[in-house]
Design a protein. Structure first.
Length: 647
């Protein structure tokens, strides 16, 4: 609890400083809530951006106490200056409909509980790399290239904050940042909508944003799509406003730059927004606007560039490991690139041997609402993905847009350019990777537009639209409560212990406790296990698809495998069989001699496994174990740990 509280205090201080530091970039008539929200978003983005340069210096990443003290002191100063100023800088959420803030407060309980509870397998990417990479950097004392986690080369403006939060508050300290981002986003969307359309509609804009399942689910976790989506979505809105002469160009440039500094998909948002804004200038013959557009583009590229420059210097590929066939990259090859590309293409609909079938575009967009299981892990090809990953409000937004067009309701908020940016973004999303998390950014401008449609609707339509948004929010709240929050409350309220909770919900938790004891002073190779974040000992994702460092294609037997692993400093091998077919798992354990005298693979079995580079490691590990080069340390219900013996 203390870690989360420290992070929230840190973020509040950042917002107070940010709304003063970035005041020149805000619209002159910005709403107080809008100013506070933008101050928090840009402030956190600035700290994450500066952290990139700080953690390049050896040991600087461990100066968290100094960083915390400086930020809290600066926030106190900003609060004092703000209280003595005649300008109204305090955020407010007053609204004509008092039920809206109550509804938002209730919905915030879901991510608050999520932030307090230990991350489990529902928080997969958080444990795999969002938390794991910053933890490895903290342990190393600086930012380092991690060859087996290619995600460590992604833009990390959000995860950089986790490096601070993990040190002062563990997972809770890190997850508090995503909760803060969400709160700042609600303030910004509410304040922006109130400035454009009035307080009544503004409340519904905030409800529309909070009511999207994937938004509420990821908030309070280690996933960064909501933070990145706020940068990208608000960047689109403000850049569209700039193209019409209603907002400073620099604001859109900063936000879109931070979007691209948070995730590669931010590049799509930057391109879409920049192109549409340029078209608007051409159509409206605003020659004077090109200077502002150019400045915004330069700012966006400059803000995003550190990660891409680092990639070029370290890997040779600015968007490593993507587009390997064009840019290349170290520790990667065509085979691994094809595996990764195929995995990205398994999401959504319309996949063919030649790419995506354009005739399935409408099915993909609407499918985000009516078949969400195809757009998120796990089992996306069978539609078994988590229901919380849905853009469920998409059908509500589409319905509102349809009604707005039928009744000719124009929100007068640069609706045309914003919809064009959204449309171009969706087209890129359709052809690249149809993951629902990747269009989180689009619900932000749609929420603002929804407020405009409601503000200008007649009584009947307004009632139907508000009812639709309320039902969507209610569904999301109940869905998350049933699937996630109920179980999390058990551990948050102390009814279930931390160990009991993780033992039941994370298969690697109990083995990780053993590995932390048995592998101390060594290094373990993990097979079919990516939750190395739980370890306090050196580890490597050893599966062939993660890196070329272990030359599986040149290893022809257990002895050669053991020699190579010893050469690379490994002392232990851990194999997770939880996701392996039961018969194959049993056969592997028999060949390794883990359940009795070794029963070697037959020549036919061996050739089949050795011929598949993704499966070859099973033969190598089994033969090394059968020969005595690997000795069993401990077996678990679905996994086993071996120690590597000298030759």
């Amino acid at each position: 609890m203390l870690g989360l509280l420290l992070t929230l205090l840190f973020c509040a201080a950042i917002a107070l400083v940010g709304q003063r530091a970035f005041a020149r970039f805000f619209p002159t008539d910005a709403d107080p809530a809008e100013r506070f929200g933008l101050g928090g978003l840009l402030g956190l983005g600035a700290i994450g951006w500066l952290t990139f340069f700080v953690i390049l210096l050896p040991g600087a990443i461990r100066l968290w106490q100094m960083a915390l003290a400086v930020v809290l002191a600066a926030g106190s100063w900003a609060a004092w200056r703000g209280s003595s100023s005649s300008t109204n800088a305090n955020p407010t959420v007053a609204t004509a409909n008092r039920l809206v803030p109550l509804a938002l407060a209730a919905m915030l309980l879901v991510p608050l509980v999520n932030a307090l509870a230990p991350s489990d397998t529902m928080d997969w990417d958080s444990l795999a790399y969002h938390f794991a990479v910053p933890k490895l950097w903290v342990e190393a004392g600086r930012m380092e290239y991690i060859p087996f986690i290619h995600h460590s080369n992604f833009p990390f403006v959000v995860e950089n904050l986790f490096a601070w939060g993990l040190q002062w508050g563990g997972e809770q300290g890190a997850k508090g940042f995503t909760l803060a981002y969400f709160v700042f986003g609600l303030f910004t969307v509410y304040g922006l909508s109130r400035r454009l359309f009035g307080p009544s509609a503004a409340g519904w804009a905030a409800v529309a944003l909070a009511g999207v399942p994937v938004v509420l689910w990821e908030t309070g976790s280690g996933y960064i799509d909501v933070a990145q989506g706020l940068f990208a979505g608000l960047g689109m809105v403000y850049l569209a406003q700039s193209a019409l002469g209603r907002s400073p160009w620099l604001l859109g440039g900063l936000l879109l730059g931070l979007a691209a500094a948070s995730k590669y998909t931010g590049l799509q948002s930057m391109i879409a927004a920049g192109l549409v804004a340029a078209v608007v200038l051409v159509v409206q013959k605003q020659g004077a606007g090109w200077r502002g557009w150019s400045v915004a583009a330069i700012v966006a590229i400059a803000v995003a560039s550190p990660w891409y420059v680092r990639n070029v210097v370290g890997t040779g590929n600015p968007v490593y490991p993507f587009f390997y066939e064009r840019f290349g990259g170290v520790d990667w090859d065509t085979w691994r690139a094809e595996i990764y590309r195929n995995e990205q293409q398994t999401f959504g609909v319309g996949r063919t041997e030649r790419g995506r079938d354009p005739t399935q575009f409408a099915a993909a967009v609407l499918g985000l609402a009516y078949q969400p299981g195809r757009f998120i892990n796990p089992g996306q090809t069978e539609g078994r993905g988590f229901p919380m990953g849905a853009i469920g409000a998409g059908i509500v937004f589409v319905g509102l847009l349809g009604l707005a067009r039928i009744f000719r309701i124009a929100p007068d908020a640069a609706e045309g350019p914003i919809l064009a940016m959204i449309g171009l973004s969706v087209v890129m999303w359709f052809f690249l990777s149809q993951q629902s998390r990747y269009v989180t950014s689009l619900v932000v401008p749609l929420s603002v537009l929804a407020a405009g449609w409601l503000a200008r609707a007649g009584p009947t339509m307004k009632w139907f639209a508000a009812s639709a948004l309320a039902l969507q929010a209610g569904y999301t709240f109940l869905l998350l409560g049933h699937v996630q929050t109920q179980a999390q409350l058990e551990v948050v309220l102390g009814r279930t212990s931390h160990d009991e909770y993780l033992s039941a919900r994370v298969g690697f938790y109990k083995p990780s406790l053993v590995l932390n004891e048995k592998v101390r002073g060594g290094k373990v190779a993990l097979y079919d296990e990516v939750f190395g974040y739980l370890l306090d000992v050196p580890y490597v994702w050893a599966n062939p698809g993660h890196s070329t460092r272990i030359p599986y294609d040149r290893l022809d037997g257990g002895e050669a495998f053991a020699d190579e692993m010893a050469k690379q400093g490994f002392t232990h091998v851990y194999v997770n069989l939880q996701h392996t077919d039961r018969s194959q798992a049993r056969r592997f354990l028999e060949a390794a001699g883990a359940v009795g005298p070794p029963i070697p693979y037959s020549e036919e079995e061996r050739n089949a496994l050795a011929g598949d580079l993704q499966a070859k490691w099973r033969v190598l590990v089994a033969e090394a174990a059968a020969s005595g080069r690997l000795t069993l340390v401990q077996g678990f219900s679905d996994s086993a740990l071996w120690e590597l013996r000298p030759k």
